[in-house]
Design a protein around this ligand. Structure first.
Ligand code: PNS
Length: 164
């Protein structure tokens, strides 16, 4: 039996924290779908299609990873692809209420779906896409928080992002 899992999120941008969760999820799942939510936030740095392109580049050495955008309910994405495992990363207790609410709702909508939470490694526990975007916006160094490919794409998007 093939274990298909999904790792859903906004990934704007994809960070080293996300990368660590992906690599650890690959020990559990035979195939991992990364589902990039098509949200229309004005604070978005990359379009959903750009995020997909970037994540594919970062994870090109993992043939068992598929990267796609999705709209609508996560449970519908899972239903159409025979996915029964959702992977989410947990950093601190502050993530708990939000994750718990998503878990309970997804479970209500699709009881067969199981959510597995992977705890962030200590080095990654403070990394957040929102904070990375803000620090980069004001010229701070985010080279330790995102893969080199992401840093490069952020520098191209916003000329003043500092890599040193
Ligand atoms: O990285 P994020 O923004 O915390 O990810 C949140 C995400 C994409 C997992 C969640 O918002 C989601 O699954 N949205 C799709 C809509 C849906 O299924 N909603 C019901 C469960 S909240």
């Amino acid at each position: 039996d093939v274990r298909n899992a999904v790792y859903p999120g906004s990934f704007d941008p994809f960070t080293n924290g996300h990368l660590d969760i992906v690599e650890r999820a690959l020990k559990i799942a035979d195939s991992l779908h990364i589902a990039v939510l098509k949200n229309t936030s004005k604070k978005a740095l990359f379009t959903p299609d750009e995020r997909v392109e970037i994540i594919r580049e970062v994870l090109h050495k993992y043939p068992q990873v598929k990267v796609e955008t999705f709209e609508g309910l996560l449970v519908d994405f899972c239903r159409t692809r025979q996915i029964r495992i959702v992977i989410r990363g947990l950093r601190a207790v502050s993530d708990f209420d939000y994750e718990h609410a998503i878990f309970l709702m997804n479970r209500k909508l699709l009881p067969d779906l199981e959510t597995m939470f992977l705890m962030a490694a200590s080095d990654n526990s403070f990394i957040s896409s929102t904070i990375v975007k803000e620090v980069a916006h004001f010229g701070g160094n985010i080279a330790d928080q995102v893969p080199a490919i992401v840093l490069d794409r952020m520098q191209k998007k916003r000329a003043h992002i500092n890599a040193e």
